[in-house]
Design a protein. Sequence first.
Length: 320
Amino acid sequence: MSKIEKKPLVAAIVGPTATGKTDAAVSLCLALGGEAISMDSMQIYQRLTIGTAKPTPEEMRGVPHHLLSFVPPDTPYTVQEYQRDARAKMTDVLARGNLPVFVGGTGLYLQAVSRPLNFAQAGETSTVRECLQHEAETSGGPEALHCRLASVDPETAARLHVNDIRRVIRALEVYETTGTPMSAGRTEWDADSAEDWAIFALSWPREVLYTRINQRVDIMLQRGLLNEVESLLRSGLSPETQAMRAIGYQEFVAYFQGHCTLEDAVGRVKMNSRRYAKRQMTWFRRDARVQWISLDQYNEPEAVHQAIIGRVRTLQEERQ
RNA sequence: GCCUUGGUAGCUCAGUCGGUAGAGCAGUAGACUGAAAAUCUACGUGUCGGUGGUUCAAUUCCGCCCCAAGGCA
């Protein structure tokens, strides 16, 4: 009997959009006594239902789901909040003796919850941000901002491209509201976590994936995505909010504002979804912990689910 | 049937006063540590519709053919 310290086992189902993550996660939960924790930056929002492909009660099949629809659509939400909320949910699920099953496609959220990344407390950033944004557009442009960052936080400035204004501004905000540079206390990406993570990424060949994405957008429209967007706008929600920048929303906002035809908007939702899926692939390919599941090697979803369940069960047995 | 205008990258098109060609979009790859469905970076060879001719050399000029759009009958 070796006295290996036992870390709790945590599972995650990731991968690009439209691969059947939800279904796989629910099956895993049902088989092994798990609870699902969403890892999706847009499904957190209330009233963004159809366009975010939020799981329906039927799809949940009685399995508890956490971190869905708990933020009002006009409220910003950040990675460090997700880290805090998700780790709290994970702890709860473990305390109940259940298996936490994270499910979603937001790569940064996976890092935040599964790596010991340090986020120090920051103050109110909105006014600072407005100032900096204004500055980027007028006076010195992106170069001036980048220069300024280099003088207070050379390490972060060195790894950010001058044109990546968003990140440059974020780094400056952190410095100005906390007084310490973002690079202070920075953790390595591959730092060990306090849990053992079994991460599965679902993937289709590119051509199949793109066909599925296009079809899914058509289905969302049939389910009433246009009405959903229109009703959000009618209730006074600003198109500038984080929630309305989601794919499937920003494009139809442009349509309702008369900037493009419906056909153009639908085409751009499909295009942006394809690009997003590609970025998701890039993100998960980089993570050495990820076990890839090639869906074209299985005849039916049930076989995929059984394969994942089998692997997790083996891990559970190994640690007993 | 005749006339006109087109046919060049996956798409929309530019261009070569004759020396085998380049933009935008799409696409591909990558980055990502306090907004992430966000944000940013890099990457451009294709029988220049087909076929004959002129020429040292034709995608470019000329002939014929095919296809598309418009006009006339």
